[in-house]
Design a protein around this ligand. Structure first.
Ligand code: NAD
Length: 474
């Protein structure tokens, strides 16, 4: 672990095993941080935070840009490591690594926009505001994009003058430690600290009185625990949460069905992270008239996807992150069959001998799904799509919004008025018409139980600052 610029084990000697999800073998052992290790990391961050906050913004930006350059020069190694550790295909992890570098560059370019205002509160005096950092930020990560989440989060947090304690997911800690190598060569000691561990370490971080600001990416259950823990001590904390989704992709009768079918496959992120994505378009709401053609189109697309060893160039889809998660996803698939949905594709681990030891699940398609089925309401976080059918737009909107989540939605139609009416009626933080992607600069975050706060833009950067009003009587 990287604490105060030094590499360190756990004070208890406890370790976590990082398992290769393709073979089931132990890839590496990393320290399992105890609460006292977390305390050391937070104190190291706190000790460096005052000096770091006083560094000129443009100098901080130059260091962020240097980190981005170092990431680009080690991109192949980082992508390979993520692919081994989490099972996502190498091609997708290359994109993740480059996205994290461009995210750092984006925030480096924004540092001078983190500005205050002057206010004509009285005519005779000077009233202005400043944007100041919180001090120590804790960032706790999910497993599905290990390096992208770890490195991608540095820009907004460090660019605003905060120091950081970062905790990667226990299943996928390795690339964050290489990030530690990179930042320790560029940043002052203690500005970035990296602790590996599970729930105990995460909870100690959230509860620590010197942590004033928490940014979390993970499940709803953990998000709730973090809100409770953040409120439990003597210190009030600012918390943002990036949680789960059960995202609708709506296909109107006039849509280009072939394009919509490809949109579902892209939106599911099957070839990026096996559908283990908060933004997965796992509820496909097809108008009755297009449902048969859409299902046929989806089956054709799914048949092209090649499961395999994730570090091989021609693999489209690797294993899920662990055998436990594989069992969970297969349990959801069984519930779909038992509750009367029609299995149209996949549904099992693949048959190939070479993949037997891995946590693989075939991409799985159900139709004849109804809203009360478990597969239609719970976040599966795996390669499972459910097609639900509708006839009236009001019925469709009711089904689309009948979810505790509200992260993303995708609408497929050639009728722009209809698209915009639907976009405005959907309860989700991001809506895309005739597409499924995300763009830097567009805020990303959840309605309802999908989260608190937004990321991906200047507002995210502002969210790592607190506003000070200064009033000068002249
Ligand atoms: P998780 O909630 O199990 O774990 C996430 C992190 O929280 C891990 O680092 C874990 O060690 C830590 N943790 C566990 N218990 C904790 C506690 N009590 N206090 C503090 N930290 C604790 O989530 P996961 O299985 O790693 O990730 C999957 C979830 O993440 C899905 O629900 C997915 O939708 C969500 N996710 C959301 C986004 C988004 O941007 N909205 C992005 C990716 C993933």
């Amino acid at each position: 672990m990287l604490i105060g610029g030094e590499w360190s084990g756990s004070s208890t000697g406890a370790e976590l095993e990082s398992i290769d999800p393709t073979t089931g073998e132990v890839l590496a052992k990393v320290p399992s941080a105890s609460p006292s290790d977390v305390d050391r990391a937070v104190r190291a961050a706190h000790a460096s935070s005052k000096t770091w906050a006083r560094v000129d913004a443009r100098e901080r930006a130059a260091l962020l840009t240097e980190i981005a350059g170092r990431i680009r020069s080690r991109a192949e190694e980082l992508a390979y490591l993520d692919s081994l550790d989490c099972g996502n295909p190498l091609k997708a992890m290359r994109e993740d690594v480059l996205r994290s570098a461009s995210s750092l560059e984006y925030y480096a370019g924004l540092v001078l926009e983190v500005r205050g205002t002057t206010v004509p509160a009285t005519s005779a005096n000077l009233h202005y505001t400043r944007r100041e950092p919180y001090g120590v930020v804790a960032r706790i990560l999910a497993f599905n994009h290990p390096f992208l989440f770890a490195a991608g989060s540095l820009g907004a947090i460090l660019g605003t003058g905060n120091a950081l304690v970062l905790k990667p997911a226990p299943q996928t800690p390795l690339s964050a430690l290489v990030l530690g190598e990179i930042v320790s060569e560029i940043l002052p000691d203690g500005v970035v600290n990296i602790v590996t561990g599970g729930a105990e370490a995460g909870s100690a971080l959230v509860r620590h009185p010197l942590v004033r600001r928490i940014q979390f990416t993970g499940s709803l259950g953990t998000g709730r625990a973090i809100l409770r823990d953040a409120a439990a001590g003597d210190v009030v904390k600012h918390v943002t949460l990036e949680l789960g989704g059960k995202n609708p992709l709506i296909v109107f009768p006039d849509a280009d069905v072939e394009k919509a079918a490809r949109g579902v496959i892209d939106g599911m992120n099957l070839t990026k992270c096996q559908g283990q994505s908060c933004g997965s378009t796992s509820r496909v709401l097809a108008h009755r008239d297009v449902q048969p053609a859409l299902v046929e189109g989806l089956k054709r697309e799914l048949a092209r996807i090649r499961l395999g060893v994730p570090t091989e160039e021609d693999t489209d889809m690797g294993p899920l992150v662990t055998r436990e998660h594989q069992a969970r996803v297969l349990g959801f698939i069984r519930s779909g069959v038992e509750q009367g949905a029609r299995l149209q594709h996949g549904g099992e681990p693949p048959n190939e001998e070479a993949l037997k030891a891995g946590a693989f699940v075939e991409p799985t398609l159900f139709d004849e799904v109804t809203p009360e089925m478990t597969i239609a309401s719970e976040e599966i976080f795996g390669p499972v799509m459910s097609v639900l059918t509708w006839t009236e737009p009001e019925e469709m909107l009711r089904i689309a919004n009948d979810s505790q989540y509200g992260l993303t939605a995708s609408i497929w139609t050639r009728d722009l008025s209809l698209a915009l009416r639907t976009a405005h009626g959907i309860e989700a933080g991001t809506v895309t018409v005739n597409g499924v992607s995300r763009w830097k600069g567009m805020p990303f975050g959840g309605y309802k139980n999908s989260g608190l706060g937004r990321q991906n833009d200047l507002d995210e950067m502002m969210s790592f600052t607190q506003v000070k009003s200064v009033n000068v009587m002249l």
